[in-house]
Design a binder for this molecule. Structure first.
Ligand SMILES: [Zn+2]
Length: 343
């Protein structure tokens, strides 16, 4: 029996090896496994059943032979299974045309924000962010905006229902408050982010828009530092031929305050019909000033020792001016034909 069985198993192994070499798919693998290990008709199963009829003195030898066969089949099937899982390259047809996968691009607002940030980062400014839902104190009171100030009007500000002292921040300035409270001067940082105001959407207003504000506090900081930094920034962003104009302005949180215009980079003041500057030759782009001593005090910074300047600009407005976008709403309508022009 053993010799016969041994011979039979040798043949079975030959047959199996030929079969296993042909396996190219999971389906074929399943079928071959079934052929050898099916509970009722599997070749290995039948061999095991035959072991019952083998005389006791030959049982051990027969069992060894059958086990060897089972192991050979199992190992080979496992190897094929592993090859099928990892060897996908065997099924790649290199002559097929490539699959087209469209690549996305940053939105123009995001790109503009990054460009603006990069200029300040190169000048050593840190980038800091804060929550979009703010306390009324951080958004207004700490910034020297008194209770009766029109900016606090419910018509301008989103208040959070059921939390009367909480607002959607109307500017990124509360991040400056948080920053100043948590740091000791000297420091310089910029604060990019979304801000919210109750505006009816039109060509130049949306209820949510983007700002970048900046802040520098140190000993002996004066207005000429502010001017130097902002002129450097403007030339880096808009070009070296740009001329700046500082006009007196008013903000509750800075004193003195200045609004900054740049010469129109489209017509340089030569086109009375210019679509960007409307013939004035100037574009208003920044608000700025020396940080009000009360604001420093509110943040625990001694205004007798330290002084600083702050500035802010609208990212959406700058993107509109720079790329000649006529309507702010185009940024949010998600018309791919519009967005792809800047991708
Ligand atoms: Zn112009």
């Amino acid at each position: 029996m053993s010799r016969e069985l041994s011979h039979e198993i040798d043949e079975l192994i030959q047959v199996f090896k030929a079969e296993v070499e042909q396996v190219q798919s999971q389906q074929q693998h399943r079928e071959l496994k079934e052929k050898y290990f099916s509970r009722r008709r599997g070749i290995c199963t039948l061999l095991m059943q035959r072991l019952r009829d083998v005389p006791p003195q030959k049982k051990a030898e027969a069992g060894r032979l059958i086990n060897h066969f089972k192991q050979t089949v199992t190992q080979n099937l496992d190897q094929v299974s592993a090859r099928l899982k990892t060897g996908r390259e065997k099924t790649v047809d290199w002559t097929l045309p490539p699959v087209y996968r469209p690549i996305g691009a940053p939105h123009l607002i995001e790109r503009t924000r990054t460009e603006l940030e990069d200029i300040f980062i190169q000048m050593g400014y840190e980038v800091a962010e804060g929550p979009e839902m703010e306390s009324e104190y951080n958004n207004f009171t700490a910034l020297n905006i008194p209770a009766h100030h029109p900016a606090r009007d419910e018509q301008d500000t989103f208040f959070i229902q059921g939390r009367e002292d909480t607002v959607l921040r109307t500017h990124t300035s509360p991040v400056q408050i948080r920053y100043m409270k948590s740091k000791r001067p000297p420091f310089k940082a910029i604060f990019p982010g979304k801000v919210f105001r109750k505006d009816e959407p039109d060509a130049t207003h949306t209820p949510v828009f983007h700002q970048i504000e900046g802040l520098l506090v140190d000993c002996g900081v004066n207005f000429s530092h502010l001017r130097g930094i902002l002129e450097t920034f403007i030339r880096a962003f808009f070009g070296s031929e740009i001329v700046t104009r500082f006009r007196p302005g008013y903000f509750p949180f800075t004193e003195p305050s200045a609004e900054i215009d740049i010469s129109c980079f489209l017509c340089f003041g030569r086109d009375p019909e210019c679509r960007i500057c409307k013939g004035t030759g100037w574009l208003e782009i920044l608000g700025s000033g020396m940080v009000h001593p009360k604001v420093l005090e509110n943040c625990g910074i001694d205004p007798e020792v330290f002084s600083g300047f702050a500035f802010g600009m609208g990212v959406d407005r700058i993107a509109m001016l720079r790329h000649g976008v006529p309507d702010l709403r185009m940024f949010f309508e998600n018309d791919l034909r519009f967005l792809r022009q800047f991708g």
